[in-house]
Design a protein around this ligand. Structure first.
Ligand code: S3P
Length: 412
């Protein structure tokens, strides 16, 4: 994909559905009693992997003209599940299958097969789950076993790990408590409560009792992680309005970054849809200041860090991002791939074990980018190239289909 530089960029964008909420809406309805319609769902490759897995487990998941119709299967069948590139699919299904007492094998593509799965398997074993990983990674096998309620900690600040434990707890006898040291995205807690689960959130602790779920229609808001590219273009090049974006406070770290960088933005038309806060976000071209980010904020902006790093590359001064070691185990090692991408375009990024030091410049030359098949690196590169002097080409650009089919068309 060839991206030409633009002197200015202005527009209104209807942002596609939230990936995390779409995964959950399909999965949870697929194990609940009844039927549900999901509107605004993201039909990217990751969520399609979730839909295919839930079908293999015995639920009915139909996709027609952007609408997803799910018929829940309260009893699941044993299956072989291909999770594709999707960490959310694999990790949540480990907990879900353990809780539903079903035997499955979970596999993934080359990238997913390198990502750590013991962070989920280990705490699940405390409930009594019978789970094997392959040297810590996929293929993962789950064998049917009886689970008992437990009190567990998520050792990593990960919503995927937390969600897997909550799903297992739904099927465990008695009562369970899941603690997290830093609050991560809470879409699972909100949706399970809406579907009738006996779940209570008390600060960073969640109490769950064995429960059955009832299907619930879901209207999925736009994904702030997808809006982030258009928000960044507004800040760099003109003015953008991203409409119907989820602004759950566990996801809005990028707005805190905007406050620190001096980006002018406005939240408009705030409302609540299916228990999730939603709004339109208007961002205007601004002089950008360097920032310093540490561990606590990471869960609320983890997927936005590559594009935040691009903003830092254009900011005045030296930005320091630390406590971001989770980036090492995403679809690519995003500390390395983000730094290589920005440096390849003429930027100045030094990597650290847990983040970056980025020296801002008034301009980037541009050049060609290999995003290493990582959707978020490709989209961040597109932003950087549009704001660069001469633009450039993105290799294997179609990898954006994982989370944002139609990204380049929208940009066009
Ligand atoms: C997700 C949680 C995050 C995020 C991923 C989606 C989720 O991962 O990076 O894109 O839907 O729960 P971790 O929870 O592992 O940080």
């Amino acid at each position: 994909m060839k991206i030409l530089p633009r002197k200015s960029f202005t527009g209104e964008f209807a942002i596609p559905g939230d990936k995390s909420i779409t995964h959950r809406a399909i999965m949870f309805n697929a194990i609940a009693e009844g039927e549900a319609d999901i509107t605004g769902a993201l039909l990217g490759e990751d969520c399609l992997s979730t839909a295919a897995c839930m079908r293999a487990l015995g639920a009915k998941v139909e996709i027609e003209e952007g609408r997803v119709h799910v018929c829940g299967a309260e009893t699941l069948q044993d299956a072989s599940l291909d999770c594709g590139n999707s960490g959310t699919t694999m990790r949540l299904l480990m907990g879900l299958c353990a809780g539903k007492r079903v035997s499955v094998t979970l596999t993934g593509d080359a990238s997913l097969s390198k990502r750590p799965m013991e962070r989920v398997a280990k705490p699940l074993r405390l409930f009594g789950a019978d789970i094997h990983t392959t040297q810590g990674c996929a293929p993962v096998t789950v064998r049917a076993a009886k689970l008992s309620g437990r009190e567990v900690d998520t050792a990593s600040a990960s919503a995927q790990v937390k969600s897997a434990l909550l799903l297992a707890a739904l099927g465990a006898d008695g009562e369970s408590f899941v603690h997290e040291s830093v609050k991560t995205r809470d879409h699972t807690e909100r949706m399970l409560a809406a579907m009738g689960a006996d779940i209570r959130v008390l600060g960073n602790m969640i109490r769950v009792k064995k429960s059955r779920l009832k299907c619930c229609d879901v209207e999925v808001p736009g994904d702030i992680s997808s809006a982030a590219y258009f928000m960044a273009l507004g800040a760099l090049l003109g003015e953008t309005l991203c409409k119907n974006v989820g602004v759950n406070p566990t996801r809005t770290g990028i707005l805190t970054v905007f406050d620190k960088m001096g980006v002018e933005y406005r939240i408009e038309n705030e409302r609540t849809v299916c228990g999730e806060p939603v709004a339109d976000i208007r961002v205007k071209k601004s002089g950008l200041k360097a920032i310093s980010l540490t561990k606590e904020i990471m869960p609320s902006l983890i997927d936005e860090l590559p594009v935040i790093a691009v903003l830092c590359a254009f900011a005045e001064g030296e930005s320091v991002i630390s406590g971001a070691e989770e980036l090492r185990i995403k679809e690519s090692d995003r500390i390395r791939t983000t730094a290589d991408m920005i440096n390849g375009l003429g930027g100045d990024v030094m990597t650290r074990a847990d983040g970056f030091v980025i020296r801002g410049k008034s301009s980037l030359a541009g050049g060609n980018v290999d995003p290493c098949m990582d959707h978020r690196i490709a989209m961040s590169a597109a932003v950087a190239l549009m704001a660069s002097e001469k633009g450039g080409e993105i290799k294997n650009a179609e990898c954006v289909n994982i989370s944002f089919p139609g990204f380049y068309d929208m940009l066009g």
